[in-house]
Design a protein around this ligand. Structure first.
Ligand SMILES: Cc1c2[nH]c(c1CCC(=O)O)Cc1[nH]c(c(CCC(=O)O)c1C)Cc1[nH]c(c(CCC(=O)O)c1C)Cc1[nH]c(c(C)c1CCC(=O)O)C2
Length: 345
């Protein structure tokens, strides 16, 4: 399969705002816990070990593509992988998420963070290369965490509901905050470049928790750093997707920092989102809990999201956030069938 075939895939065409024979669909967190074959493969392997093992990365990335027939693969990794690769003491605890041994809250902590080089992550280059060959005309999405979302784990030491320590650093020591986000922007851009250079066809920058910020704080403390990442990875033919949860009030700003496609959660209709992001394509936004609803409700909601997506310059169907671990894999397969059937032109 040639590169040209990939560039004409429905997913990449929709990212560019071009006509597609049907609306492309993939799911955030499709590669992971909802699949029994994933659980079987991961049984005795810690998460970060799996993320450093090319054969496991390749297999876990392929599982949802084979099973559901989605229009894009997302590279199996985690947003903390590049942090661990530059020596941050971070682990992923099952059922909790990333936990950081020594939280960063002062300039000395920031200065201990170094940039990432391709030699730090040979397993990423190797796995992306293998996947590009295996995927044929199906695009591969690389990804990374945005500076704010990464900083929230580093400052809090783990997941948080309020981001109180993160916001305290932002407001109380803005010089430390900007230095931290500057270093994280460098690491994130380097990590994305490794994936693009190895053959990733698109990248998604996850600023999952940015929705916790006011528009004013986002503009002052976060936007410049996300903009630095997105401008560093601008490459012809490689669209940049930018996504946050509960970020309806930030959608315009998240587009303006340099995204080609803006990801939207389920709280705001795509018709409204389309009015906020200008010419950019939209990705989203089925409520992930709809996958637990009766089939007729699921079908109705898929039709609604497709209809609302017509307001956008290009629409990639997705969930409004990641697949919940309890999700029945068959409901995901059914959703792909519905999206393809209801959107056939
Ligand atoms: C915030 C964030 C993280 N990681 C990620 C984000 C941004 C996306 C989002 O908003 O959901 C991104 C991520 N993490 C993972 C992927 C794989 C690709 C995919 O399927 O989308 C992606 C894209 C694998 C993973 N990352 C994680 C798992 C589960 C690990 C396991 O199987 O034990 C997987 C498959 C762990 C993780 N890592 C993180 C969390 C919150 C968790 C879940 C904690 C839990 O509930 O167990 C940090």
């Amino acid at each position: 399969m040639t590169t040209e075939d990939v560039s004409q895939s429905p997913f990449l065409r929709a990212c560019r705002g071009e006509e597609t024979p049907r609306t492309p669909v993939w799911f955030m967190r499709q590669a992971g816990r909802s699949l029994p074959e994933y659980r079987a493969l991961r049984a005795d392997t810690p998460m970060l070990t799996a993320c450093r093992t090319p054969d496991m990365i390749r297999e876990i990335t392929m599982q949802p593509v084979r099973r559901h027939g989605v229009d894009a693969a997302i590279f199996f990794s985690d947003i903390v992988v590049p942090l661990a690769a530059v020596g941050v003491d971070v682990d992923i605890v099952a059922g909790t998420g990333p936990v950081v041994g020594q939280p960063i809250r002062d300039m000395a902590g920031v200065e201990a963070l170094r940039d990432l080089t391709p030699e730090d992550v040979p397993y990423i280059t190797e796995a992306v290369g293998m996947l590009r060959e295996e995927l044929g005309a199906t695009p591969l999405i690389g990804f990374a965490g945005a500076p704010f979302t990464l900083a929230s784990y580093l400052v809090e030491g783990g997941p948080s509901r309020t981001y109180a320590k993160t916001k305290a650093l932002m407001h109380g020591a803005p010089d430390v905050w900007h230095a931290l986000c500057g270093r994280l922007a460098g690491i994130t851009a380097s990590f994305l470049k490794v994936q693009i250079d190895a053959g990733a066809n698109a990248v998604q920058l996850f600023d999952s928790w940015a929705g916790a910020l006011s528009a004013a704080d986002y503009g002052m403390f976060v936007a410049p750093h996300s903009a630095a990442v997105l401008s560093a990875v601008a490459r012809p033919g490689v669209p940049r997707i930018h996504f946050g949860v509960g970020a309806g009030h930030l959608l315009a700003a998240m587009g303006e920092v340099g995204a080609d496609v803006v990801g939207v959660d389920w709280r705001i209709p795509l018709t409204e989102a389309a009015g906020l992001v200008g010419d950019r394509a939209l990705q989203g936004n089925l409520d992930p809990t709809t996958l637990f609803a009766p089939e007729d409700v699921l079908a109705h909601e898929v039709r609604r999201v497709l209809a609302e997506g017509k307001a956008a310059k290009g629409h990639i169907f997705n969930l409004g956030h990641g697949v919940l671990p309890e999700t029945d894999a068959d409901a995901l397969t059914k959703t792909v069938e519905y999206v393809h059937r209801f959107s056939a032109r």
